[in-house]
Design a protein around this ligand. Sequence first.
Ligand SMILES: Nc1ncnc2c1ncn2[C@@H]1O[C@H](COP(=O)(O)OP(=O)(O)OP(=O)(O)O)[C@@H](O)[C@H]1O
Ligand SMILES: [Mg+2]
Length: 271
Amino acid sequence: MAKHSKRSKVKSIPKAQLEGTGKLASLPTVGEEEAPQSGPLVISFRHLTKIYDAQPEKPALEDVTLDIHAGEFVFLVGHSGSGKTTFIRLLNREIVATRGTLKVAGEDLMNIKGWRIPYLRRNIGCVFQDFKLLPNRTVYENVAFALEVIGKSSTVVRKQAPEVLRLVGLEAKMDKMPDQLSGGEQQRVSIARAVVNRPPLLICDEPTGNLDPQTSLGIMRLLERINRTGTTIVVATHDREMVDNMRRRVIALENGHVVRDQDKGVYAFNA
Ligand SMILES: Nc1ncnc2c1ncn2[C@@H]1O[C@H](COP(=O)(O)OP(=O)(O)OP(=O)(O)O)[C@@H](O)[C@H]1O
Ligand SMILES: [Mg+2]
């Protein structure tokens, strides 16, 4: 297959099948279009290569060129070691590319000044497989903390923290500690924390990796709901069922190369 296969259209499944089932607070939508392919760029890779020092012979990503526009929902799929986490970690400048160009949320990440990196990160919510919640803080405090560290006033915190916990369906569990919650609930808290500051971009690395299929579906519906508010979402995942169900853009990686980039895609053609 060509290195940079053209994004191909695949017949969409009926809209009714895509509807969420959760009873979450309603949010404004940005329209019926699911995958805007024009408009402002949120992510732009040009011939991007990442080589880790520990593995100089085998680039983790090689010559990646692609664009992600505002409002898109993108799955990043591929076998273990194909480069998904590397892709995600490049976006918030946790790691730096070896060569090429990478622009995220208006910042040139190859030339960004150190002092601007915290500002870049305010524009990017992050969700991980292992939730990364503060174990000694309540649900409410975990979410509030994300606002406090970026200097939001207590008025803003008291308004936005409960609001986002309502959005994820956890208003009744605000005072619980993380270890009193199920895995799915903990992931909802981590999503609430990631979006409480309303970042334009949400990046998720295996967000359903520790969850059963039913719970995973709820998490994906929640991400879909957040996407409908205009937030651009990139999800690295192994979750074949989810990707096949959701029919969003799929970028497939193999040994650090983009081998497929497909609108309304599936996890894999042959399996
Ligand atoms: N910190 C690191 N130092 C050296 N090599 C690394 C490092 N992180 C990842 N790699 C290598 O880079 C390649 C891509 O790894 P990456 O973690 O991006 O894959 P992945 O698709 O996320 O895999 P998984 O599905 O297992 O999470 C692999 O060959 C891996 O061994
Ligand atoms: Mg990974």
